[in-house]
Design a binder for this molecule. Structure first.
Ligand code: A2P
Length: 281
């Protein structure tokens, strides 16, 4: 199984095949220290979002870690209340200024506008996308994409001048969204996985415990290796130095094809409950 540590997006941009998550990392020292620790451990890909309210600490860590800016791939996301062209443009400028950066590597639409909330949901998504496209063409973002988009939300974006390079979705054993993954992989969209450890919920699963014992790895490492072997870029979050390091240590073993299938067949476990077509935020 050829698992690459870095992958190339459709526009030629390189991205580390695992990223450091910061959702729920408290702004201030906790988020700052975790990013510094992650970079020390070898992460070169850091994921935040305006919603996480820690962009300032994440940006500060990126600026102060001692590496050159271009050695780190930094992602943020436009929050739902900033949808539409003008508000997205303003939100992006604010993110850059809060983070103390002059460009982002990746900027994502955090959640799609959906039929349950807006009659003109598709136009809203296209208008937000137009802002990302312009920022991309101006060189202020190296790659653009979406998060939590289903194929039905992606279809119209695929017809535009610049197609999404990434779709970031919930992905972990027990919740693998196979239809979304299939669509993205068939259309050249790299899938990133948020909550690759099921936000901690799958870590006590008995079957995954057996898998971990079999391979001499932790359950978290099984979850992350499962993702990368399926071509998904997982974004594990931790503020604990030993976990930050061990979550990156997944390149010295391989899950057999039979075990990959068995993990994929697990019953639903650890789902956040957020179906993108039903959320009310
Ligand atoms: P902490 O940040 O206190 O270390 P996810 O990325 O799926 O959302 O999961 C994040 C949660 O999983 C956090 O609560 C984090 O705790 C915990 N976590 C991260 N890595 C590990 C690990 N290797 N072992 C156990 N728990 C972990």
């Amino acid at each position: 199984m050829d698992v690459k540590k870095f992958i190339t997006l459709r526009n030629g941009v390189e991205m580390q095949g695992i990223g450091f998550g910061t959702w729920k990392s408290a702004d201030g020292q906790a988020a700052y220290d975790s990013v510094i620790e992650a970079i020390k451990a070898g992460y070169r890909h850091i994921d935040t979002a305006t919603l996480y309210k820690n962009e300032a600490s994440v940006g500060k860590a990126v600026n102060e870690c001692g590496l050159k800016r271009e050695e780190i791939f930094v992602t943020s996301k436009v929050w739902n209340r900033s949808r539409g062209y003008d508000k997205t443009m303003a939100a992006f400028e604010k993110t850059l200024s809060v983070m103390g950066l002059d460009y982002l590597d990746l900027y994502l639409i955090h959640w799609p506008a959906i039929p349950a909330q807006f009659e003109d949901w598709n136009d809203i998504n296209l208008s937000t996308w137009k802002a990302l496209t312009e920022l991309y063409k101006a060189g202020k973002i190296k790659a653009i994409g979406t998060a939590n988009f289903f194929p039905q939300h992606l279809e119209s974006l695929m017809q535009t001048e610049v197609q999404p390079m990434i779709n970031q979705i919930e992905y972990h054993p027990g919740y693998t969204q196979d239809e979304v993954v299939k669509y993205c992989q068939a259309n050249g969209i790299v899938v990133q996985g948020w909550s690759p450890l099921g936000n901690g919920a799958v870590l006590n699963d008995a079957f995954l415990g057996e898998m971990a014992a079999k391979y001499g790895k932790s359950v978290a490492q099984i979850c992350l290796r499962f993702a990368v072997q399926n071509g998904i870029v997982p974004l594990p979050k931790s503020v604990t130095p030993s976990r930050i390091a061990s979550n990156l240590d997944i390149y010295d073993f391989e899950i057999s094809e039979a075990d990959m299938k068995a993990i994929a067949a697990m019953p639903e476990t650890g789902f956040s409950g957020w179906n993108p077509n039903e959320v009310d935020f």
